[in-house]
Ligand binder design. Structure first.
Ligand code: NAD
Length: 499
């Protein structure tokens, strides 16, 4: 490992006793350490409300890693870099103590004044923390300073603008790393490589050869313990504004002139700008909402959303969104991008299906007529890989075809688990590579698009529940496609074949 690939910085985690830190951040940092991507020149300060000592925090970090990773090699050395500071976000004195600790650690670990402030906390605290970090001089440092924040970034465009303005008082745009953990996923990052590194696909990647693109992100789980949060968010804000639109942007963007952060982001922004804006009365033509009722999850009977804990029994919150997005530019005019995401669906899966147009004249026939279209399936999770669906000759027949699949399964190729999204994103942030984080312009455009839908939905009554737990969503979402002569490709038929 060369010196340039290892990182030197102080990482302050606000909300260090919470779930995100425990399940994702500590295990990711540990992986980076084990891979030599963190040298001994790093320190982590955990900041949270609980009056813990350093020793209690270090033990918590070790337990989290053992639970998540099931391995404890070098764990004592690793955990010796961790410190704890009890803290209240609105208390000035807490930040002064934090500043002293940061300076001590800077000297002790030769951190060159590099600081990452990771806000693993509810967004209502972001503005206050940023204000104090600047006010108490924590951002006044000789090295770099970077702010990492989690979704949700506001709950509509005005609130996101307000939040952004408060952060920008302390950090410049290029110092703000807005996490969208989908962008850390191996196969989401691979979308660009598949498109731009294969002569096979790029010439076909347009409205002359592609008939439609389908992006699905479905969960089997219901709302679990998150009812209070979800009631205010719903699937549109929780999934569509960020993850789904980010995947659409990566699929639709033009090739960047260089693989730099600015060039890639600028192409994504253009794709988002080209999304056709809807008038309020057009929303039902393009978007469908759903909420799960009771049903069966595997063998188990499950309750409907309105019966879940912390959920209003008359709730109008959507747990499913299906939509058709049109991108009005030369490349994509006339090609629908269908998206769907929901809870309590039949399968847990994130997949992209690119359906190619039919060949101009059919000489052959599929066993089930007509001939199957060619599909490129990008499997994002839980499988990771790509599958190309082709037609080949059926044995013993000169005119009949059979479908064949060419599969690449990421997990089985290197026989290792692909790195967690957070591990990659943390590493990118330490190296100052913001490509896989969302720029403010992307956030703003996505909110402007989604706000139109939520405004319409909040002003019209929903007829909920309208899909059964364990199904693939409401039937109106099927009609979105059947009106255009298409259908959703069934997720379970598209599985990647393990080599
Ligand atoms: P959590 O409730 O488990 O933890 C919250 C943390 O904030 C705790 O450490 C708590 O001590 C601290 N805190 C709360 N009020 C405080 C105050 N006044 N002063 C100081 N510290 C205070 O939350 P979480 O699940 O870890 O999520 C954190 C953020 O990350 C949220 O914005 C959430 O939406 C986002 N997020 C979480 C996950 C996940 O997997 N948990 C995934 C994506 C995004």
């Amino acid at each position: 490992m060369s010196q340039q690939e290892t990182q030197v910085s102080l990482i302050m985690i606000f909300g260090a006793t919470g779930d995100l830190a425990k399940r994702k951040l500590f295990p990711s940092l540990y992986h980076l350490y084990r891979k030599g991507k963190l040298t001994d020149q790093f320190a982590v300060v955990g900041v949270a409300r609980r009056p813990w000592t350093n020793e209690e925090f270090v033990q918590h970090v070790k337990n989290s890693i053992e639970n998540a990773v099931g391995c404890h090699e070098d764990i004592d050395d690793f955990a010796s870099h961790f410190y704890y500071q009890p803290h209240d976000v609105s208390d000035t004195a807490s930040y002064q103590q934090l500043k002293e600790l940061a300076s001590e650690l800077d000297t002790k670990y030769r951190l060159e004044g590099n600081r990452i402030f990771y806000l693993a906390m509810a967004p209502e605290f972001f503005g206050t923390i940023a204000h104090h970090l600047k006010g108490e001089g924590l951002t006044d440092t000789a090295g770099f300073k970077r702010l990492v924040i989690e979704k949700p970034f506001g709950h509509d465009l005005p609130s996101a603008q307000e939040l952004n303005e408060s952060l920008r008082k302390a950090f410049k745009e290029d110092e703000i790393y807005r996490i969208d953990h989908y962008l850390g996923k191996q196969m989401v990052q691979n979308i660009e490589v598949i498109r731009f590194a294969n002569a096979l696909f790029e010439p076909l990647w347009n409205n002359r050869f592609i008939s439609n693109i389908q992006v699905t992100s479905s969960e089997v789980l219901g709302v679990e313990e998150r009812g209070r949060y979800y009631e205010k968010s719903g699937a549109l804000r929780d999934m569509v504004q960020n993850h789904m639109l980010q995947m659409v942007a990566l699929l639709a963007m033009e090739p960047p002139i260089k693989l730099t952060t600015d060039e890639i982001r600028s192409e994504k922004v253009k794709a988002l700008r080209a999304m056709r804006q809807m008038e309020a009365n057009e929303v039902p033509t393009y978007f469908v909402r759903g909420q799960y009722g009771s049903g069966v999850n595997g063998e188990t009977k499950v309750v409907g959303y309105r019966e879940e804990p912390n959920v209003d029994e008359q709730s109008n919150t959507e747990t499913y969104v299906g939509g058709k997005i049109l991108i009005d530019n030369f490349r994509w005019a006339g090609v629908p991008f269908y998206i769907r995401t929901g809870k309590r669906m039949a399968a847990k899966s994130t997949k992209i299906v690119v359906q190619f147009k039919d060949i101009p004249m059919n000489l052959y026939y599929g066993a089930t007529k007509p001939l199957s279209p060619n599909l490129l399936v990008i499997h994002i999770q839980p499988d990771e890989g790509i599958t190309l669906h082709l037609n080949a000759q059926r044995d013993g027949s000169s005119t009949e075809t059979k479908p064949v699949k060419l599969s690449f399964a990421n997990n089985s190729v290197d026989s290792m688990n692909t790195p967690e999204a957070y591990e990659k994103l943390l590493y990118d942030c330490m190296r100052g590579d913001a490509t896989n984080f969302t720029h403010w312009d992307e956030v703003a455009l996505s909110w402007a698009f989604v706000d139109k839908i939520s405004e319409y939905w909040s002003s019209t009554p929903a007829s909920f529940p309208n899909y059964e737990a364990g199904s693939m969503g409401p039937k109106q979402a099927d009609e979105l496609l059947s009106n255009d002569g298409f259908h959703w490709w069934p997720i379970d038929h598209l599985d990647v074949d393990k080599c």
